[in-house]
Design a protein around this ligand. Sequence first.
Ligand code: ADP
Ligand code: MG
Length: 589
Amino acid sequence: MSIHILPVQVASQIAAGEVVERPASVVKELLENSLDASANFINIEIQDAGRQLIEISDNGSGIASSELALAIERHATSKLVDAQDLFNIKTLGFRGEALASIGSVSRMSITSRTADSQVGARCQVDAGHFLHIEPVGAPVGTLVRVENLFYNVPARLKFLKHPNTERRHIDHLVSLYALAYPKVRFHLKQEARIAFQTSGNGDRREVLVELYGAEIARQLLEVIAEEPGLQVHGFISSPALTRSNRREIHFFVNGRPIQDSSLSAALIKAYHTLLMVGRYPQAILFIELSPESVDVNVHPAKAEIRFRESERVFSGVQRAVRRALLAHSPVPGFGDTLRWSAQYSPQHAEYVSPQSSDFGHDIPKSWEHDQFPANDEIPSLSHEPYRPSTIIPEGGVSLLRLIGQIANTYLIAEGPDGLYLIDQHAAHERILFEKLSIFDEQTNPSQAFLQPIMLELSSANARIIEEQLPLLAKIGFQIEAFGPNTFLIRAIPALLKDVDPHVAILALVEDFEEDETPLKSFNEERLIARICKRSAIKGGQALSAQEQQALLTDLEACQSPRTCPHGRPTMIHLSVDLLERQFGRRGAR
Ligand code: ADP
Ligand code: MG
């Protein structure tokens, strides 16, 4: 093929790919425009997860009729004049690309009126073709309607995820901006249902409650720190409230949500020794610094930025977080109510990261992984790689004689042929899993509370729980809807009587991985496994001799005692034969 210049439409579709990846990116760009226009009310309506319709209206400054046609041109902006301005950006937008990009991959109409004009104007674009512009009556502000997104780019359509996933991305995005702009009233409707709304009264805690539910919002600690040229404020979780991944760590720089893994690492480091391996904090931190100290023009979707003095920012964030953690320690109330599910104990923190010394040193390697927590990993003999042959063969286990507990995490038992090391968490998970899976009131009775327990969730989570109510009822949870996003827990399976019911239920809605679709792909087994994971005794918890014995007896009674419901081993067998070889009593093979 000879070299040729691409037709404008093709070029702009290519460029649009960088800015508009999925429905949530359209919502992001349009929201940013409304915020840049100083709106204090933004209404968003979504149909078919954004494929059919994304409509955003605001009461901002509006676009003059004479400029409307220009606004949808590529590189048309009112926010920047020359390249010098790039280093002093105070608006969210500046690239002048969003409207042009969105217009090139959808049917888009913009209706807008400024305060000093009697009438407004509407212009329409279809797949990058300018259709027409006409005067219309309209309130002051701007309304953008985006229909049939990607209808002319079928390849993009194929890359869209399940509608629930796309919806969640939109929910998530709007909630981030609502947190960043508490003085703006947000209203988000998805498929004719209010998904999220805020009052715009300036109270961030209120937005947090809407977002995470009252229970979690209450547990978030406030961060406020100021040093010359740098302000850090926001909310972080106490060490008692943790996540299995970094997905609930959010940073905003000068009002812009950004992704920055070094910044997350700095934050996690500030929790040094306070978190169990494999657990992560939750944070919403706002960093304010002068616009000249950040380069916002490094990413087409403006999701990443560059700091001029990154080290200074990282250490500033660490100091702020560390100070907030110290100010709030000891964390009130944890440990005493959650007997089986206490997530944190100081001895354990010491135990899991023996190589860690004082705050300020490098993060132990295992903290860097988003994978299984290291304490769930398979311990290996000496430094040899783990050999499956040390697991006992299939079949029941019996006649284990308890010797005791080590490191508050493993039970040691003697069996017919050697020594068994049992991971107490994995073992308990297995036991709970098998017992809960029996849907039979005799074997698996419910236990009612004298006072029903109230559970308040974010609307997104409430939807997930609602869908699971029949299944939860089957395994012994009696939960009923009680007002919007609120439930009453009347009874729980007696097996879980030592577990905080909130913890057990939240296990169903927490920590979903990027492409998991919590609503659809839940089957009974996964749901029960999730509950068990969060409800089982943790590593790092001292057990009485009776508790140890009970655990062992229950494990012996299991049908598949050797693995936890997630397939990891519950026990390791060190046969007499192996011991003899390790001690050199017999020639090592
Ligand atoms: P950018 O935001 O980078 O300037 P856009 O393509 O998003 O580029 O928007 C182009 C221009 O249209 C903006 O600079 C702004 O002047 C105007 N505009 C877009 N949306 C709105 C809105 N909701 N209210 C007022 N003006 C808007
Ligand atoms: Mg913009």
